[in-house]
Design a protein. Sequence first.
Length: 117
Amino acid sequence: QVQLVESGGGLVQPGGSLRLSCAASVRLFSFYTVGWYRQAPGKQREAVARIISGGTTNYADSVKGRFTISRDNAKNTVYLQMNSLEPEDTAVYYCNTKDPVSSHDYWGQGTQVTVSS
């Protein structure tokens, strides 16, 4: 069983920054690929960024150059640094991981990010 807990969301003005954290309660966290997703009101959930066990990262085109995903395996935590935030980034952000053996999906409870002046 894997538990994911997101934190760091909030209200920020356009152009501002936030750092989201995803803390995982799992052994051998370094073997897990972790992704950030977001869902805006009335829209489907979409992938934002992903970091695999070896450290390779992938980003959605809409956040490239503005968002950075990173991980601290000693703390079982993945971060999403979000800079130059735009109103279009407003959404609930979710952390996701998949068990590397069973392929079972796990989701956090989400954290709200609101970009508004």
